[in-house]
Design a protein around this ligand. Structure first.
Ligand SMILES: Cc1ncc(COP(=O)(O)O)c(C=O)c1O
Length: 393
């Protein structure tokens, strides 16, 4: 077997399962799961109807490059969303089977296995970045995202010897788990570093449409605004969160044509093109914004309720659908919440890596506000009550 497989870390949910082993939740309460970040709002009819009407497409192999209609719909969406010239639908856009797949595949296409490249990733982070780097034979370099930096990467923490070896940097805005959003200034800093050291920026923007204030500034938008074209940047996004369709497995990679072209070649072999059926439904989804506004409003309502219940001390994230709740001992509190209130949350420790004796995820619980409003309200009340009660023993 590929020895690099041995380097992969257990997935956070595997660690959660171990933590909760033997825990006995109270009788008489319904279980409430805010652990996994799977969107649960109903998928809008615009997608479901299209799938039903196009079942005959199951008899067709999908084009890896995507249909022209889909590439154009994505390109036009990017142009509208970010108020920039539409990227070239043929040279700068490819549909992918969700952000996760594309994040992983992009690393395999970008990195040269013969050189031990360094790959930057935020810490805490979405674990696919790390696995993608490790399986490409690269070294993941964990960049802390401390509270004092607004939970954005502290690039100053990367040592001088590392920079020349950096070939790829994953950035996530809005971020999972913290919900931090990068401003134009933050993008400027990343692109300055990318241009100085010649690395690719993989911008994971799958939460771009779930936000509490203004629409987040996107990587492509920032790159154009900074007058540097789309060089060395690839934006990855999907319909999973935007359109509450995580099972559709549909997204895109868009950006630098010099990366997209070899990435397409890689993908011919990788074989992860969204099905023809999915491609048709995705055209409709990217062209419709009404359901996206409604979807976003549902998350905003949950954050309003959280703010009401927890008061002004609670930090409401700029984007995404997670609360990043400071707690004294996250593993202990996650188990306690499960045992005493039958609410599942995820310890931040499982989303971070310890570097220099410090795991920046430690001391936080990630609470995914993905179930419907009533479940979220009830779960938040139980969380508040449990955390307010001192731990015994
Ligand atoms: C930060 C981040 N990136 C990517 C993904 C993958 O999303 P998808 O593959 O459904 O687009 C997720 C999903 O949970 C995520 O949290």
């Amino acid at each position: 077997m590929n020895p690099l497989l041995d380097l992969l870390h257990p997935y956070p949910f595997e660690r959660l399962r171990v933590l909760l082993e033997g825990a006995r939740p109270p009788e008489g309460l319904r279980p409430l799961n805010l652990g996994i970040g799977e969107p649960q709002h109903p998928t809008p009819p615009v997608i479901a109807d299209s799938l039903v009407q196009n079942l005959h497409l199951l008899g067709k192999y999908p084009p890896t490059a995507g249909t022209v209609e889909l590439r154009s719909a994505i390109s036009e969406w990017i142009g509208r969303r970010y108020a920039i010239p539409c990227p070239d639908p043929i040279d700068q856009v490819i549909p992918v089977a969700g952000t996760r797949e594309a994040l992983f595949a992009l690393a395999q296409a970008v990195l040269d296995p013969a050189e031990r490249a360094a790959v930057l990733l935020p810490n805490p982070f979405y674990q696919i970045y790390e696995g993608a780097a490790l399986l490409a034979g690269a070294e993941p370099v964990y960049v802390p995202t401390p509270k004092e930096q607004g939970y954005l990467p502290d690039w100053g923490a990367v040592s001088a010897e590392i920079w020349p070896r950096v070939k790829l940097a994953f950035v996530c805005s809005p971020g999972n788990p913290t919900g931090a959003v990068m401003t134009l200034e933050d993008w400027k800093r990343v692109f300055e570093l990318a241009d100085r050291y010649g690395f690719v920026v993989a911008a994971d923007e799958c939460y771009s449409e779930i936000y509490n204030g203004d629409p987040p500034c996107g990587s492509l938008q920032a790159s154009i605004a900074l007058g540097r074209g789309l060089e060395r940047v690839v934006s990855l996004n999907s319909l999973s969160k935007r359109s509450s369709a995580p099972g559709l497995r549909s997204g895109f990679a868009a950006g630098d044509a010099d990366i997209i072209k070899p990435f397409l070649l890689y993908r011919t072999y990788h074989g992860a093109a969204p099905s023809s059926l999915t491609q048709v439904a995705s055209v409709e989804a990217w062209q419709d914004e009404t359901h996206v506004v409604e979807n976003r409003e549902k998350y905003r309502e949950k954050f309003r309720i959280a703010a009401e219940l927890f008061g002004p001390g609670l930090q409401i994230p700029s984007g995404g659908f997670f609360l990043w709740l400071p707690v004294p001992n996250d593993e202990q509190q996650a188990r306690r919440l499960f045992e005493q209130a039958w609410v599942t949350t995820l310890p931040g420790t499982y989303l971070g890596r310890e570097v220099n004796g410090k795991n920046p995820g430690q001391g936080y619980l990630r609470v995914a506000l993905v179930p419907d409003l009533d479940v979220c309200r009830e779960a938040l009340i139980r969380i508040r009550e449990t955390l307010e009660t001192p731990t015994i023993g």
